[in-house]
Design a binder for this molecule. Structure first.
Ligand SMILES: NC(=O)c1ccc[n+]([C@@H]2O[C@H](COP(=O)([O-])OP(=O)(O)OC[C@H]3O[C@@H](n4cnc5c(N)ncnc54)[C@H](OP(=O)(O)O)[C@@H]3O)[C@@H](O)[C@H]2O)c1
Length: 268
């Protein structure tokens, strides 16, 4: 099921306004076929506008959106997703994610997981998934919806924060890992091992990070406001790292999580 999720996508956080539409359109023209938006980003309309301006067919572009925490209460998810479809200007999204588990476990997983499964059954979304889920929450989702129901878990992951435990769990349970902050928001330039690998491949450290994530079988959704970076990040799919490169990155010292809001789940 996860086979049809394009592994290198374009993140749209921050891609608002006319510049945002231009960046998303440029990403589509460059070759990206997966756009990652969310109800909380204010970019759903920009995604729809860029899709229309690209003149690509609807079925050529994979669209992910995410349900914001305010819309997880009983009876709220479906209307909010219908609103997202209207804002984007499409009949169905390809993938809908629960953006964050409710802070402090305010709502039982059954409440929002049953609603997202209903959205899929009604054809509002082709696939469903989650984001920022822990092993404990994925276990609950699996018990409730069955193995294979959750297509992906979108989590913070890059060479400096490899999030090994949850990534291994996902792999064992056929849940695609989608990496957010995949180029670590420019924090990799200081890492000597990353620079050395980049120099050897005549690549950027960001390309090395993306190639590393793809080599692990993950999806990655980098974003940038700059055409040259949108393009160079895209070209990372052509970069083949050696087994030694991957081993060297595996062994990098790990930093702490960058995104950890109040009420976040008890991370693995
Ligand atoms: N599910 C979640 O909770 C969650 C959380 C965070 C993000 N996301 C998703 O993941 C996407 C990516 O995450 P992110 O935006 O936080 O992090 P990111 O893609 O790792 O980093 C983006 C930042 O790095 C810079 N950058 C990008 N490519 C570069 C390059 N080749 N060289 C130098 N700098 C580069 C960009 O600046 P310039 O614009 O100046 O190039 C931008 O500030 C988001 O857009 C969003 O769709 C999801």
């Amino acid at each position: 099921m996860t086979a049809s999720i394009p592994r290198l996508g374009f993140g749209t956080w921050g891609r608002t306004g006319a510049d945002g539409i231009a960046a998303i359109l440029y990403a589509l023209e460059t070759g990206y076929r997966h756009l990652d938006t969310a109800q909380s980003y204010g970019t759903e309309a920009s995604v729809g506008e860029a899709m229309r301006q690209s003149r690509l067919k609807r079925e050529e572009i994979f669209v992910t959106t995410k349900i914001k925490v305010d819309n997880l209460d009983p009876g709220k998810l479906l209307p909010s997703l219908r609103k997202s479809l209207e804002t984007i200007g499409i009949d169905q999204v390809d993938l809908t994610l629960i953006h964050w588990p409710p802070p402090y476990d305010r709502i039982e997983p059954e409440v929002y997981l049953e609603q997202i499964a209903e959205a899929q059954a009604m054809g509002l979304t082709r696939m469903i998934g989650v984001s920022n889920f822990t092993i404990a929450l994925l276990e609950k989702a699996g018990a409730l919806l069955g193995r294979g129901a959750i297509a992906t878990n979108q989590i913070e992951l890059n060479p400096l924060f490899q999030n090994q435990k949850i990534a291994s769990y996902c792999k064992e349970h056929d849940i695609l890992v989608t990496c957010y902050q995949p180029v670590a928001q420019r924090r990799m330039g200081d890492v000597e091992q990353m620079r050395a690998i980049a120099v050897r491949h005549e690549a950027t450290v960001e390309q090395v990070a993306l190639a590393y994530e793809l080599s692990k079988g993950y999806a990655a959704i980098p974003t940038s406001s700059k055409p040259e970076r949108i393009r160079s990040n895209w070209l990372a799919h052509k970069l083949n790292l050696t087994a030694a490169d991957v081993e060297a990155i595996d062994a990098l010292p790990q930093s702490s999580r960058a995104i950890d809001p109040p009420g976040a789940p008890l991370w693995d």
